[in-house]
Design a protein around this ligand. Structure first.
Ligand SMILES: [Zn+2]
Length: 315
């Protein structure tokens, strides 16, 4: 009797533990499965955090995720990913707005489009130099206008004080001072406008600096490509990252210039989620730099996927 009670109690205790930890257990199991039996079961995914400031709706974003999903699935005619609208997917895809996206958007607004190439970097650097020179010139002009304005304002106030202290001005002085006051008001508005323009220019230059730094870092990696062993998933596709540990799997998207680029980044990160590493072929989706224009797989991408998934079905 006692023994039976003990067994029942243990079963209840285990069920409670499994119930409480089930989401985490599912995650751990799914990660194990992905490691030892890749492609054997589709990876479930959901949207995690989603920032509206990208100007894309959740539905539109999901459509682009689906584009990337289908690219891989078609290659081996197999269901590799399944979307879970209830948020229970083991792979979380996050759209995270940061200064990089803000800066890209800002540059786009002033007609500057960026690509992750040395040519684009050089082009941006020239623009930066030109904007910086223009800014310094405008700033010097602004400062001298402010000094001139202050001198005129002081002279005006001095005269007004003088007439006030000496029983008022004659009509011709009164009219002259009134005219000067109106002229000073106009000048003040002009200076205010100049300041707004200067502030906007500063914002544009700062955006340029952020994008330049991003390019510097991705181009540096190209230069130091022999040192990146052991960190295959970091520091490359700057627009997004894939990370996994024993309890979580996540794709973070930080930045994209257009839907085409977003599709490519997502396809690349989904490739990592499938367990694919970087490829040497610079045309491949799984190349470490996002320098292509579409999400089409190369033969290398397809062979890598086949090799990876064969492990799951050796018969
Ligand atoms: Zn990568």
């Amino acid at each position: 009797m006692k023994k039976i009670f003990k067994i029942i109690f243990t079963v209840i205790a285990i069920s409670i533990a499994v119930f409480f930890f089930r989401p985490e257990l599912e995650q751990i199991f799914s990660n194990l499965q992905n490691k030892y039996l890749p492609c054997s079961r589709p990876i479930t995914y959901s949207i995690g955090s989603f920032d509206d400031r990208f100007g894309i709706s959740k539905d539109e974003f999901l459509k682009v995720v689906n584009t990337g999903e289908v690219v891989w699935e078609k290659a081996i005619d197999k269901e590799l990913f399944v979307y879970k609208s209830d948020g229970s997917g083991v792979l979380k895809i996050n759209l995270i707005y940061d200064t990089r996206q803000e800066a890209t958007q800002k540059l786009k607004d002033i007609g500057i489009t960026v690509s992750d190439t040395k040519a684009s970097y050089n082009d941006l650097k020239l623009k930066y130099n030109a904007m910086q020179a223009d800014y310094l010139k405008r700033k010097a002009d602004f400062e001298s206008q402010v000094v001139l304005f202050q001198n005129r304002q002081n002279a005006y106030e001095k005269e007004v004080r003088y007439f006030n202290e000496n029983g008022g001005a004659l009509e011709k002085d009164f009219n002259r001072l009134n005219k000067e006051k109106l002229s000073l008001d106009v000048k003040f508005t002009e200076i205010n406008k100049l300041q707004t323009i200067l502030n906007e220019e500063v914002n544009n230059i700062n955006a340029l600096v952020i994008v330049l730094n991003r390019l510097v870092s991705s181009l540096n990696i190209e230069v130091n490509k022999f040192n990146t062993i052991g960190s295959e998933f970091s520091g490359e596709f700057e627009e997004g990252t894939y990370k996994e540990d024993s309890t979580s799997r996540e794709i973070d998207i930080y930045q994209f210039d257009n839907i085409g680029k977003l599709a490519r980044v997502l396809t690349h990160e989904l490739g990592h989620a499938l367990g694919l590493l970087h490829l040497e072929n610079s045309k491949s989706v799984m190349y470490r730099l996002n320098n292509g224009v579409n999400e089409k797989l190369t033969i290398d991408d397809i062979l890598a996927l086949k090799k990876r998934c064969e492990l799951a079905s050796p018969f």
